[in-house]
Design a protein around this ligand. Structure first.
Ligand SMILES: Nc1ncnc2c1ncn2[C@@H]1O[C@H](COP(=O)(O)OP(=O)(O)OP(=O)(O)O)[C@@H](O)[C@H]1O
Ligand SMILES: [Mg+2]
Length: 377
């Protein structure tokens, strides 16, 4: 067996377990044996009737005390391997058995014992002490094994958590890089192409020939601008929400601010959220912020898709150590038959599940839907 990693308190726990278990079993054996011996002798050997049961008990209790003292002072509970523990049990039991015989003689349990009697008493003491300390050692070994198992499981859980955190951080990094590539590099190139096209169009127009080509080029230029504005910029926002590095609240404001003016919007932020969302002193990681904004995106998109919603309320709160993000809208009631295992809500649920979070979609009375996600902090 490999030596377990010792933490403060382990030794004290091991010592208590070994001494208690050994002591209880040895006392049980000792008291039982004393009483039985006294009873048998008084019944079948009338001459020995006057031998006090108390002297026998006292001898056995003394042996138990010595057994525990030896185990304790040798610090057997620190010995790492099973054979070492076995050796410790034999040593302590031998000393205890010898003491037991001496105390018996001192208390006059036997008048003039012969060698055979002493040998028998020694062996009985050795067996009692041996079995008791053996049980103590067995308890100690199982406790160590269980502890080592628990610690291994703990370590693995921590490792899984670290891997997950690393993956999250990597996801955020890649998203950010791609978003910046789209927003900066690709958009920049498209703007340059656009500017060249404008030049070419102006030149052709100045020469006054090929009006059809000018119209085609104008169309291509407009298309390019739409691609740049809608596809590139929005795709970039989808990958990495605008203002996310400033916090969830600014990112949600930016997102909700892009909604059509005809939809009334409200963002309710509880004070504890402002605290954890502070970009300098807050505790929210970028991965957590990204997840929270994803929930709002999904809720808002659903509200627009399935509404028609005239009002959308986003709430951010901290409850029971979890960030609670909810999006409510009025509009169509929720149709449970439409639950989609591949839908955005289900995808969010499996993503949140990785960090032990949850997401629910529930109908509101009299009308409307509430999407609520809990993200443990
Ligand atoms: N705000 C809402 N109002 C009414 N019904 C809703 C609302 N949000 C969700 N639903 C219902 O719940 C179903 C599941 O929604 P979910 O977001 O999981 O999938 P989806 O929006 O259909 O697909 P995806 O999110 O992949 O675009 C929807 O098909 C719809 O019937
Ligand atoms: Mg959806």
């Amino acid at each position: 067996m490999t030596r377990e990693v010792v933490r403060p308190g382990d030794d004290a726990q091991n010592r208590r377990l070994l001494l208690r278990l050994t002591g209880i079993v040895a006392l049980g054996y000792g008291l039982g044996a004393s009483m039985q011996a006294a009873y048998i002798y008084s019944r079948y050997v009338p001459d020995w009737a006057e031998v006090s049961v108390w002297s026998r008990i006292a001898a056995n209790v003394a042996a138990v005390v010595v057994l525990l003292l030896v185990l304790g002072s040798l610090r057997v509970y620190r010995w790492p391997t099973a054979p070492q523990l076995f050796l410790g049990a034999v040593l302590a039991s031998t000393v205890a058995a010898v003491c037991r015989v001496f105390v018996q003689l001192a208390l006059g349990v036997y008048d003039e014992p012969d060698g055979l009697t002493i040998e028998a008493e020694f062996s009985a003491g050795l067996i009692i002490a041996g079995i008791s300390s053996g049980i103590g050692m067995w308890g100690l070994l199982s406790r160590r094994r269980v502890r080592a198992e628990l610690r291994r499981a703990e370590r693995e859980a921590v490792e899984v958590e670290h891997v997950l955190e690393a993956l999250e951080a990597e996801e955020v990094r890649v998203r950010r890089e791609v978003a910046e590539g789209l927003h900066g590099t690709l958009q920049g190139k498209l703007v340059i192409v656009n500017a060249h096209l404008v030049e070419v169009i102006d030149r052709i127009r100045a020469r006054g020939d090929h009006p059809d080509d000018v119209a085609s080029l104008e169309w291509a230029r407009r298309e390019l601008d739409v691609v740049r504005e809608l596809d590139v910029r929005q795709m970039s926002r989808l990958l990495y929400p605008e203002r996310l590095e400033l916090g969830v609240v600014p990112a949600v404001r930016a997102l909700v601010g892009r909604l059509p003016m005809t939809i009334a919007t409200k963002i309710v932020v509880a004070p504890p959220v402002r605290e954890i969302d502070d970009p300098e002193r807050g505790s929210l990681t970028t991965a957590q912020r990204l997840l929270a904004v994803r929930v709002v995106e999904e809720g808002v998109t659903n509200a627009l898709k399935f509404g028609p919603a005239s009002r959308i309320v986003v709430e951010l709160d901290v409850q029971d150590g979890a960030l609670v993000v909810s999006v409510e809208n009025d509009g169509q009631p929720l149709d449970p038959s439409h639950a989609d295992p591949d839908g955005g809500t289900a995808r969010l649920a499996s993503r949140l599940h990785l960090v032990r979070g949850t997401v629910t979609l529930a109908p509101l009375r009299p009308r409307g839907v509430r999407l609520e996600a809990r993200l443990p902090l």
